[in-house]
Every structure is written in C-alpha cells, then in structure tokens.
Design a protein around this ligand. Sequence first.
Ligand code: G3P
Ligand code: MG
Length: 229
Amino acid sequence: MKIIAHRGASGIAPENTLAAFRLALESGVDGIELDIQMVDGTAVVLHDRWLQKTTNGLGLTQQINLNYLQSLDAGGGQRVPTLKEVFTLINGACLINIELKAPDCELAVLADIDYALKQLNFKQDQFIISSFNHFSLRKINQLVPWLKLGALTANLPLEYAAFASQLNAFSVNACIDFIDQAFVDDAHQRGLEVWVYTVNQIEDIQAMLDLGVDAIFTDYPSRALQYIQ
Ligand code: G3P
Ligand code: MG
C-alpha cells in the first residue's frame, strides 16, 4: 500500500507549503498530494478559494494578484507556493497527485507538467491528476491521454466505480467514510487502483490494509510508513 502525504505532511506543518512537502520527502513517502487554485493565470498550491482559511490574507483567489498572494503568511512564515516551485522542490523524488480545485486550471497545470518533464527530473508516470470535477478530468484526458487520472468521489455511487472507468481513470480516489469491500472489488475488477483519503488513525490504516486498497492519503506520513513497515 502506497503512502501519499495529504497536502504534504500537513499534520505537522502548514498544509500545502514547501515546509510540509519537505517533511513528507524526508519521511520517504511514495507520493505527495496537493491542491490547485488559480491566481492571475498561475497554478498555485492552495486548498481553499478563500484566502482566510489557511493564510493571513482576505478575499477570493479569483480576485487577487500573485504579488499579494506571495506577501501572505500560510502558517509559520511559509508562503503559498506556485505549482512550479513545488515541482522544483520535489524534482522527481516521488509521485505527485495534483488535485484540481479551480475551474479552468487545466491548461496552466499541463504547461507546468510539461516544464517539469523537460527541465526537471520527472517521468510521465509520476503524475496523477485528480478532481471532484469530472468534466475537468475528461478535458485533461482529451488533451493529454497518457496522463494518469484519479477520479475523486466523496460518496458511494450506485454503480460503484463505473464513473471512473467511463473517465479512463487510473484510480478511483474515494473517501474513507464510505469505502467498503464491494466498492474496492468492483474497482479492481475494472482494472482501477483504489486510493483512499484521509487516513490518519492507526485503526483506519489497518482497515485499509484489510480492504486491500492501493494507496492512502494521510496527514501523518511518518506514522503511516512506520505502521505498515
Ligand atoms: O485528494 C484527496 C483529498 O485531498 C480530497 O479532498 O478536500 O482534502 O482536497 P480534500
Ligand atoms: Mg486535496
């Protein structure tokens, strides 16, 4: 079972910051998950549309410029990084699950991936693009068919993982609140991996091992790695 640091090692450092990603890398994770918002045409790594959720700023990401964003404190003196800055830090050391949270961010993210492949030490199969917005995933698949997709769901659909097959996804990224054996088996029969968020407690990690899921997103990657080793 792969361990993916959720928003970096966000249980011990401010989420989605270089500090959180550095700690995740140091713990030896298989992958890092991060969230994308758009500011001024640039893909930035931030979970919420509203700045006040995780920074000392105010307002909506759509209404600010990059200079203002970069003047803000995202916790412990950390800035909100651009996707390119995070790529530069990780530099091919692990998988990256890029979760698209903003409308119309696909082209900016694809341009940054192109940069990472040409200028940094990444390989194509180190990227996975996920989103709750399945139109966005379909657009990515049409533009760059080789990119792996993670079809996110926050519920347990009546037709299990059928929606992920329909999207040509690599994995179905499901919420721990609803995951069960029938869903996992259905996804596996369709050739999909099953990645589950957000798995922090030891009992939950064991339950995911028992279900046979392929990866978990956790805020405490060191704890999870220690437990499964
Ligand atoms: O990608 C898994 C998980 O991060 C999805 O939900 O709200 O934590 O971005 P959220
Ligand atoms: Mg996320």
